[in-house]
Design a protein around this ligand. Sequence first.
Ligand SMILES: [Zn+2]
Length: 59
Amino acid sequence: MKCVICKHGETIKGTTTITLERGSSTLVFKDVPAQICDNCGEKYVDHQTTQTLLKKAGL
Ligand SMILES: [Zn+2]
């Protein structure tokens, strides 16, 4: 898909690291599937994936 941030790049499949905070703890999820802009590097994680992570984190 086209990047909505820079409006020039195309997103490509990749993985990213997501950090979630729960109280005084910080949870880090590595290798989260995401679409990444090949121009500006903006990362898009889909809603489903976000929900799964929040559930895993107990949020
Ligand atoms: Zn972009």
